[in-house]
Each structure stands twice: as structure tokens, then as C-alpha cells.
Design a protein around this ligand. Structure first.
Ligand code: ADP
Ligand code: MG
Length: 559
């Protein structure tokens, strides 16, 4: 069988389809619109930038600025793909001073929503009004409007049901929106930013200094917490603030890095900063800082991802070294005990962390509690049924103790306090399929979980593998612990008490099961750990742990 030599199966896609595909990369959720429109307003030299959202941006996102505005021709052109006023030749890519340059944002947003534009230049009497809907121009006419630009985005993703469905609750989207809003507001403290949600002014950031701006976004911080950073070399300049380790709030999610005014995630540079903080922070607390790095535009490439949140730096190694020393000097102001070689050890921060070798799993109950060897006289005890302990204390009291409940309580409090936890590798890692949303949540939690002895790998955004659990837990609990984790990650927003939930699950599934055998030192360790608990009488699931066997209680028993 032959086919015609003229058969054409390949075709060049129409513009509308191309725009929709590209929109998939640029516009992931309402927060992406906030970011792109906000960046355009900043590029337009606006001094007042206001954001309005409704239903977390699902129903409406409006950004109004008092910037340079657009001519009637530009007002239509701006929705074309690769239409930009910011670069003209490839050479210009090496001298970027603007946030935008790809000319994709407005085309992408207009491909997946209804977009209305009002714009006027200061020199024009009359402005321009343009309406775009799902990639098509609906209207373009002269209009009376204020100087500057207003863009209104409605019906986001209405024709992309998959995206629409993957949006989370209004509140969660609102949180993402605010996050992008703050990332725009930090590098431009001299401009006035406002954010309204459901018609209420939720954040008002009038022109201020950088430290005032940081403090108005973070009322939980005080001025003493902020240590200024400053350094300048012929190759780069750094300024900003580091938060003192002892005043770093525990709920903090990230430190902020800006390169040439742009919010950037850079694993290499941020690792260096993290290493400087590490000996000074409890394992579950992340460092908080605002670092502004200025490098010649030709030495940084942000054209790495569509959202431009990653960067390649020509002088990365030099910048790493410099950041390490800038932070060590700043943190030397901490009142905490600093490592002896704090200021004199420039190379240490350049090493990447190597995962620690995993120790063999202890199986008996005492070592798993991770306490120092017990002191004091040995206790008299009797183990019943491999589970219940009758204990005579040094004070002459007698207690009846359920060892299973006691073990759960001790594990629970240990994880909740985030005490140093050693991971124990699993011979048979637990594995489970995950949704993209769960994946995102888990990826965010990964470093926190790691500090809690849970080592997690995300495979191709589809599967999660649990490779290690805290030493001292039953390896058989891995599956149940992973399930508990997936449950936590499945909720719309991370429950505020997720640590407590995880600690509860870890204790419940991870506690060794009876029958137990106990050495005398183990009894001592166990009793001391139980007494150190905030609630030594009940297990986290509410079961009684111990009874005092007083004379009256025993007598009552025999009545
Ligand atoms: P880019 O920002 O990469 O140039 P966009 O699609 O975001 O691409 O915007 C296209 C063009 O529209 C910009 O280059 C700019 O000329 C114009 N523009 C967009 N928003 C504004 C605004 N708020 N004020 C003035 N001009 C704007
Ligand atoms: Mg732009």
C-alpha cells in the first residue's frame, strides 16, 4: 500500500492555539496574573499601583497604575504575542533593566480570560479602551480615563476547565496572590502598593524605607530583629536585611532573594545563606532575609523559565563567597553562641550538603527514645503481659503504666518539639501515587519533613517515595505514615496544625508494638521521658497511660 507523496500531516498552528499553549506556561493561577500585571505597572514607572481581586482572583483581577500609559496603537498591539516595547534586538537582552521583555504576558492572559484595558498617556487628552476575550479582539475605542493603565481580568480559565478545576479555594488563591504581591512590593518600597480583596483594602503599603516596608508586611518582627547587609565590589552590590536567628519566627516559609529587583529562587546562593544560619536555628525553623543583589545585566540570565523566577549568574562562585561572608558578619551580631571559626572559615559554606549515612535501626524501646543514659538508683518494676508495667519509684510511689500509650506519648512530644531526629533508612521504601497538588504541597514541606527524619523523594511529579523514617519507629509504619502525609497534603490549604497531626500519626503508627522486653536502664529512661512530657497521663489519642497505685486505690480494688 502506498500513500500519496503529497500527504501533509504537519501544520503550523493558528495564533490562537499557540497563545493558549504559551498561556499554559505563563498563567498558572490568578497569582501569575498578579505578578505579570504588577511587573508591567512597575516597568511603566507607576508610583501608585493598586490591585483588586474577587474570589481569590477567580472572578476578577484588576490592576490600576498611574504610569506612562499607552498610545492607541500600542493599546491594541500589546495583546499580540512577542509584542514588547522593552527590547528591540537580541543585544538588548544583555542590558535589561525592565521586568518584562518577552512580550508574552498580555497575549497569554488574553488567551485564557476576558481582558479589558483602559490606558492613557499623560500627553494625551483621550485614552483607549480595548476588550479582548479568549484570544479575540472584541472592542477598541477612544475613552475618557485617568492617566495610566487599568487592566481588568475576568473569567480566568473559563475555557480551560482543567486549569479552572485545579484552582484551590478562594482563600488559598488569595494567599498565593498576596505572596506575589509582596514579592513585587519588597524591591520597590518607594512606590505605593495597595491590595483589595472582595472590595476590602487588605494591605496598604505607602512609600517607605526598605526596613519599614518589611516591618509593615511582617508585624511579627521588630526593628531589632533586622540586621542590615551591605557590600559592594566592582562585580556586584548587595544590600538588604537578615533576621537575627533568635528572633526568627518559627512559622516562616522562605528567605527572599532579589536579583536586579526581580524575585528569584536560586538554590546555590540560598544554600550558602542557609548554611550560615544552620548552626544558629532549630532544625524546623527556616532563615528569613531579604537580599538584594545587583549585577550588570549582561552577567545574569533570567530567560530560564517563563515566569523568570530562576537565574544563571556568570560569577556565581564569587557571589556565593561574598554572600557567605556578608551573612556571617551580620549574624555575628547574634546573641547566640557562634561556632568558633565563624568569621574565619570562608570555604566551609561552599560545600554542598551530603546526606548523612543512615544509622541502623534500634529495635528495643529505650534507645528509640533518644535520651541520655539514665542516672539515679535503679527502679523496682514488674512487667505484665509484655505491656503493663508496675513501677516503684525512688519516692516510694507505685504506678501502673501502659507502655504502648507511654511510648506513643513520648514519641508524640518529641516530634512536636522538633528535637534532633535521626533518620533510619527503609529497606522497603513506601511508595504512593500523588496528584500534582499534593506533589506541590509535599515539595514545599520536604525540608521540614527532612528535619523530622522523614526523607521523601518526588518522582516525576507523580509518585512519592518515603525512603527514611525517624529512627526508633517500626519500619512497618512507613506506609501508614506516608498515607497520613498524603492526607495532610490533600487538604485545600495546609492545615495550620499539620505538624501536630503528623506527630500524632507518627506516634500512633510508629510506636513499637507489644510484647516488650525491658532492661532495667530502659525502665529508668522510659520513666524519666514520661515525666518530662507535658501530659504524662494520657496518650495523644486520649487513652490513659498511668494510674497511681495508692493504698486507697488498692483497697478499693479489693472491696
Ligand atoms: P513585556 O512586559 O514582556 O514587554 P507584556 O505582554 O507584559 O510584555 O506587555 C506588552 C507591552 O505592553 C509592554 O512591553 C508595554 O509596552 C505594554 N504595557 C503593558 N502593560 C503596561 C502598563 N501597565 N503601562 C504601560 N504599558 C504597558
Ligand atoms: Mg510584562
Amino acid at each position: 500500500m502506498t500513500t500519496s507523496g503529497l500527504e501533509q500531516r504537519i501544520r503550523v498552528l493558528p495564533e490562537s492555539v499557540i497563545n493558549q499553549i504559551a498561556a499554559g506556561e505563563v498563567v498558572l493561577r490568578p497569582a501569575s496574573v498578579i505578578k505579570e500585571l504588577g511587573e508591567n505597572a512597575i516597568d511603566a514607572e507607576a508610583q501608585q499601583i493598586s490591585f483588586w481581586t474577587e474570589a481569590g482572583g477567580k472572578n476578577l483581577i484588576q490592576v490600576t497604575d498611574d504610569g506612562i500609559g499607552m498610545s492607541p496603537i500600542d493599546a491594541e498591539l500589546c495583546f499580540e504575542r512577542h509584542a514588547t516595547s522593552k527590547i528591540a534586538t537580541a543585544q538588548d537582552l544583555y542590558a535589561l533593566c525592565t521586568k518584562g521583555f518577552r512580550g508574552e504576558a498580555l497575549a497569554s492572559i488574553a488567551a485564557v480570560a476576558e481582558v479589558e484595558l483602559f490606558t492613557r498617556r499623560p500627553t494625551d487628552e483621550i485614552g483607549t479602551h480595548v476588550i479582548m476575550a479568549f484570544g479575540k479582539k472584541r472592542l477598541s475605542e477612544p475613552v475618557r480615563c485617568a492617566v495610566g493603565t487599568t487592566i481588568i481580568v475576568r473569567k480566568l480559565f473559563q475555557r480551560v476547565p482543567v486549569r479552572r478545576k485545579s484552582l484551590r479555594s478562594d482563600l488559598t488563591e488569595h494567599r498565593h496572590n498576596l505572596q506575589e504581591f509582596f514579592r513585587l512590593a519588597y524591591p520597590h518600597p518607594e512606590r505605593h502598593f495597595r491590595f483589595y480583596h472582595n472590595k476590602l483594602l487588605v494591605v496598604d503599603l505607602p512609600p517607605a524605607s526598605l526596613s519599614e516596608r518589611i516591618l509593615s508586611i511582617h508585624p511579627e518582627l521588630s526593628e531589632e530583629a533586622l540586621i542590615p547587609l551591605a557590600e559592594e565590589t566592582p562585580l556586584f552590590k548587595v544590600w538588604g536585611y537578615a533576621v537575627l536567628p533568635e528572633l526568627t519566627p518559627p512559622g516562616n516559609r522562605e528567605g527572599f532573594l532579589f536579583i536586579n529587583g526581580r524575585y528569584i529562587r536560586h538554590a546555590g546562593l540560598q544554600h550558602v545563606i542557609g548554611q550560615v544560619y544552620k548552626p544558629l536555628l532549630p532544625p524546623e525553623v527556616r532563615p528569613l532575609y531579604w537580599v538584594f543583589l545587583e549585577v550588570p545585566p549582561a552577567q545574569v540570565d533570567v530567560n530560564v523559565t517563563p515566569a523568570k523566577t530562576e537565574a544563571r549568574l556568570v560569577h556565581e562562585m564569587e557571589i556565593r563567597k561574598m554572600l557567605g561572608s556578608v551573612f556571617r558578619q551580620a549574624l555575628a551580631k547574634s546573641k547566640l553562641a557562634l561556632p568558633a571559626d565563624w568569621l574565619s572559615h570562608p570555604s566551609a559554606v561552599l560545600e554542598m550538603s551530603v546526606p548523612a549515612a543512615m544509622p541502623a535501626a534500634p529495635r528495643v524501646i529505650a534507645p528509640s527514645l533518644g535520651l541520655p543514659s539514665p542516672e539515679g538508683p535503679a527502679l523496682q518494676y514488674l512487667l505484665l503481659q509484655g505491656r503493663f508495667l508496675v513501677l516503684n519509684t525512688a519516692e516510694g510511689e507505685s504506678w501502673l503504666i501502659d507502655l504502648l500509650g507511654a511510648h506513643e506519648r513520648i514519641l508524640y512530644e518529641k516530634y512536636l518539639r522538633g528535637q534532633e531526629v535521626v533518620p533510619q533508612g527503609l529497606l522497603f521504601p513506601a511508595l504512593a501515587p500523588v496528584s500534582p497538588l499534593q506533589c506541590a504541597q509535599i515539595a514545599e514541606l520536604k525540608p521540614l519533613l527532612q528535619a523530622q527524619g522523614l526523607e521523601i523523594e518526588i518522582r516525576e511529579g507523580k509518585e512519592v517515595v518515603l525512603h527514611a523514617i525517624p529512627a526508633g519507629l517500626r519500619p512497618a509504619a512507613a506506609g501508614a505514615i506516608l498515607e497520613a502525609l498524603l492526607e495532610v497534603a490533600a487538604s485545600e490549604a495546609l492545615p495550620p496544625d499539620w505538624r501536630e497531626l503528623m506527630a500524632r500519626h507518627i506516634a500512633r503508627y510508629g510506636a513499637l508494638r507489644p510484647p516488650y522486653t525491658l532492661a532495667p536502664e530502659a525502665v529508668q529512661t522510659l520513666w524519666q521521658s514520661l515525666l518530662a512530657c507535658e501530659e504524662p497521663n494520657y496518650s495523644p489519642s486520649g487513652r490513659r497511660i498511668r494510674f497511681l497505685l495508692s493504698a486507697e486505690a488498692l483497697e478499693r480494688l479489693f472491696k
